[in-house]
Design a binder for this molecule. Sequence first.
Ligand code: CIR
Length: 253
Amino acid sequence: MFTHAVARKPCKNFARGLTTTFSSEPADYGLMARQHEAYLEALSAAGLEVVVLEPQPDYPDAHFVEDTAVVTPDVAVITIPGADARQGEEESIVPVLTEFRKITRIQAPGTVDGGDVLQVGNHFFIGISQRTNQEGAEQLGRILQAGGNTWTTVTVGAGLHFKSSVNYVGKNTLLVASNFTAKKQLKKYNQIVLDSTESYAANTLLVNQHLLMPAGYPKTRKQLETLDLKIIELEVSEVRKMDGGLTCMSLRF
Ligand code: CIR
């Protein structure tokens, strides 16, 4: 059960953030601000007290706060984000999380993006990706293990982060993009496999019996309806243009 979330409002120049997604329409700030507002409302509806931080114009991706920390019941691990342009975002998260958890930090040359870290009970999957390196994963793994957790690494061969393709939806079940189903680390879980035309919907967020999913993925919605959770669909067109999704825009704990 989560009680809190930390999020950050997007800045006016958020469209200058990193992206690999082709879009003929540039990302629009007014629309992004409305989509973010609806996201914060959904977190509140799921029972979370949301701490909302001010925008950081020097870091146009800074509203993707998930990448700056991994928060467990006993510790907050401050990351070193894997993209040079995002290194430094994590500093402004430290004072906020200090109010809730003991702080520990990933050390260089380790890099970790929180988007690569998926918690399933007391097990943590750590994706090795363009952003999270082996050194960072091992440092994080050791910290998690000291807290009584287990961990495994998974190679992220496609997509930005591990959680771009795999998320936990409760009841021992993972929501998995079709190109990740064969991963041996995922075998002992039930899997809901996404239709290949709806892979983006893998980035669905479970919060206290509420499932926040991107709007416009009817096949996935039908699959998720079997889980008996309250489904909230959210518009994320502008988030997606910047390679982001629903998990990225908050830290939950
Ligand atoms: C980036 O490339 O870092 C941002 N434009 C998107 C980060 C999305 N974060 C996430 O999936 N956890």
